[in-house]
Design a protein around this ligand. Structure first.
Ligand code: PLP
Length: 376
């Protein structure tokens, strides 16, 4: 039987996500209501009333698959599978393509689903580590040394949760050269692919490499985590293998969710523009605030996504600190231990600016209280 490691990030979210006033720990943007979505997309109640709650198709209904294909695959809907969040796409792809004992190289620190599912399947995992002292910059030489022709899959996520690091186009070329040379599956988690600041979004690797599987989601840049819509773009033969797992798990999505998702994807530019503009302003706000508190908190300014992974040099026990912040000030951060990296916190800046500012105020107070040891 598969034994999955405890998902520490989800444990932490269960503790505080629903109960705090300032969420500074999540990796998404502020959430839309159905009324917001209807106003942006023109989706009418009459159209929603037409929905009949039949089963939908295994890979997703034709409308939503085509909407995703039109935006991300040059209209080839045969390469699209729609999933319950990208979490399901991760689970299906790994269970379809990996066997116990397979060699996997996974980025670290990383969103836990990207390494723990592999561990649960019984693979031999090697970590491609991003390092704080290197500014979280991906070292492609190190990846090259880790991957061999016995590596079954390389798992990455860029822009990266939790550090906000990403690849340059040249580094992406090198990554593709490494996996192609070794005939390795590439699981490319592009949950934050639309959220970049100084540079345009990276090109989708699955358009260039047939063993690449690209994942996307409406949970992050689109403010719709509760819609539970993700997708997977891959060769039809890989999707076919994923169906074999879906047939025993979720079968398909709700036609109502698919209708809403299709409309959102068709209006993606407008939604993204609003969310990215707010996140970019918030990123500057946090950067200035961290500069002003440099003796207490330091980060590498994120280049993509909506979170960073600052270090708290004066805090001895960051877990305890985060519990205190949540319990006494109702502000949530996520301790780095949830990503196997103590001493850091995940700090999200995708939400409302006033909530962020209030949360930073409380964080400053608790940091000063904890600042018994000022770093030199
Ligand atoms: C990198 C990454 N991938 C995938 C997911 C899963 O998101 P969802 O299932 O909501 O699409 C998350 C959620 O935080 C994430 O950060």
């Amino acid at each position: 039987m598969q034994t999955f490691p405890r998902a520490l990030l989800e444990d932490w979210m269960r503790l505080y996500y629903f109960d705090v006033d300032s969420d500074l720990g999540s990796s998404g943007v502020s959430d839309y209501s159905l009324a917001d979505v209807r106003a942006i997309t023109g989706l009418s109640i009459e159209e929603m009333d037409q929905i009949v709650f039949r089963d939908s198709q295994t890979l997703g209904g034709a409308g939503v698959r085509q909407a995703i294909a039109d935006r991300w695959t040059g209209s080839d809907s045969d390469r699209v599978m729609v999933t319950h969040g990208s979490t399901e796409a991760i689970f299906l792809a790994m269970n379809a393509l990996l066997c116990p004992g397979d060699g996997v190289v996974a980025l670290g620190p990383v969103y836990p689903g990207l390494c723990d599912v592999v561990t649960g399947i019984g693979c031999r995992t090697r970590e491609w580590r991003l390092r704080h002292e290197e500014g979280w910059t991906p070292d492609l030489d190190r990846l090259d040394a880790l991957v061999s022709n016995s590596t079954r899959m390389v798992v990455v996520n860029f822009p990266h949760n939790p550090t906000g690091s990403t690849l340059t186009p040249g580094q992406l070329d090198r990554l593709l050269e490494i996996v192609e040379r070794n005939g390795t599956w590439l699981l490319w988690d592009g949950a934050f692919s639309d959220l970049t600041y100084e540079t345009p979004p990276l090109a989708d690797p699955s358009a260039r490499y047939e063993r690449a599987i690209s994942l996307g989601t409406l949970s992050k840049g689109y403010g719709l985590p509760g819609l539970r819509i993700g997708w997977c773009i891959a060769e039809p033969s890989a999707l076919d293998r994923m169906i074999r797992v879906r047939d025993y798990t979720t079968l398909h999505l709700s036609p109502l969710v698919e209708l809403i998702a299709a409309r959102v994807v068709a209006h993606a530019d407008r939604i993204l523009e609003e969310k990215r503009t707010l996140a970019a302003a918030n990123r500057e706000l946090v950067d200035r605030w961290i500069d002003e508190h440099a003796e207490l908190i330091r980060w590498v300014k994120p280049r993509g996504g909506v979170c960073g992974f600052p270090r708290l040099p004066t805090v001895d026990d960051v877990d305890d600190f985060c519990h205190r912040l949540a319990e006494t000030h109702r502000v949530m951060l996520v301790p780095g231990t949830c990503f196997g990296t103590p001493g850091h916190v995940r700090l999200g800046f995708g939400g409302q600016t006033d909530v962020l500012s209030r949360g930073l105020g409380s964080l400053g107070t608790v940091l000063r209280e904890a600042g018994v040891r000022v770093a030199v």
